[in-house]
Write a protein that binds this ligand. Structure first.
Ligand code: C2E
Ligand code: CA
Ligand code: CA
Ligand code: CA
Length: 278
């Protein structure tokens, strides 16, 4: 076979298992992806649970690689983080999202908040807050309509994160903690940061249908979060029962396949015009 050479290489290097060779190949491809237009963004609606109105969308990266097909962000984001590629990719996402938001505004959709995922590595670049400021100005956005989702891992470098988050808050953007509960950080600690919103991790939403848990953790996060002044969003809602439970326990917003999958911008636009028929 023509791949003989490569296979031999693999064979003589036991450390290069299938996992790491795929990873290296993906890294090579990912370096080209940005310049070759292989990345796109889908948007998943966020819904007010009491009215089913779409109040925001979350921007989620999609990578269509000519070699590997559609690669999940769960697989390529960690590679992008490790290699530092997340910095240019993240900057591109911010740019694209702002352009999209400007277009939606022109088309008559006023004040739709767009949430963007930000990696710790990206946030800790010196120029991050400056880039955000620039992109808001360039597209004439209302800063509150830009939401930045960060994870609890910012706690690892709390001094620097506090400085950057305060800078971002001064710009007027909305700040949220993604996957809350997964990183075991305490809610009371977050109180010292300029955070607006807590996103309850999907695993606790899954628990709602689990008879041994009955959503007790989700409920506890909602109650404590409210006491500390946070708005609560639940993610990964797949069933009506979960949406009802969360609504009944005063969770303001929800997101998940039950309402809508992440969609291309054009499809979100149609959904925004006609609303969610549920
Ligand atoms: P995340 O930020 O926690 O995003 C939620 C993930 O759950 C998304 O997966 C979304 O498609 C999926 N999801 C939404 N509703 C449901 C549901 O009801 N059921 C199930 N099973 N899944 C649901 P996706 O798009 O594959 O993204 C995976 C992760 O990749 C994201 O998790 C985020 O951490 C990261 N990511 C995606 N786009 C970006 C980006 O632009 N920048 C950065 N830094 N990370 C990103
Ligand atoms: Ca997110
Ligand atoms: Ca999340
Ligand atoms: Ca997640």
């Amino acid at each position: 076979a023509k791949d003989r050479g490569k296979n031999n290489y693999q064979y003589y290097n036991p450390k290069l298992n299938n996992y790491s060779t795929r990873r290296m190949k993906l890294e090579v491809e990912l370096r080209k992806a940005l310049n070759k237009d292989q990345l796109t963004i889908h948007y998943q609606p966020q819904v007010e649970l009491s009215t089913k109105k779409i109040i925001a969308v979350e921007a989620l990266l999609r990578w269509n690689s000519p070699k590997y097909g559609s690669v999940s962000p769960a697989e390529f984001i960690p590679i992008a983080e490790e290699t530092g590629l997340i910095v240019p990719i993240g900057r591109w996402v911010l740019q694209k999202v702002s352009e999209q938001q400007k277009q939606w505004k022109k088309a008559g959709i006023s004040s739709l908040r767009v949430a963007v995922n930000v990696s710790v590595r990206q946030m800790q670049e010196n120029c991050f807050a400056q880039d955000v400021k620039q992109v808001i100005k360039e597209h004439d956005l209302n800063p509150v309509d830009l939401e930045l989702e960060i994870t609890e891992s910012i706690m690892q470098n709390i001094e620097n994160s506090t400085i950057v988050l305060n800078e971002l808050k001064k710009l007027g953007v909305t700040l949220s903690i993604d996957d809350f509960g997964k990183g075991y950080s305490s809610l009371s600690y977050l109180r010292h940061l300029p955070i607006d919103t807590i996103k309850i991790d999907k695993s606790f939403v899954d628990d709602i249908c689990d008879t041994s848990n009955n959503g007790s953790i989700a409920k506890a996060i909602i109650d404590m979060g409210h006491n500390l002044g946070f708005t609560i969003v639940a993610e990964g809602i797949e069933q009506e029962e979960q949406a009802e439970f969360l609504k009944g326990n005063s969770c303001e917003y929800g997101q998940g396949y039950f309402f809508s999958k992440p969609l291309p911008a054009e499809e979100v636009f149609l959904l925004l015009e006609k609303g969610l028929d549920r």
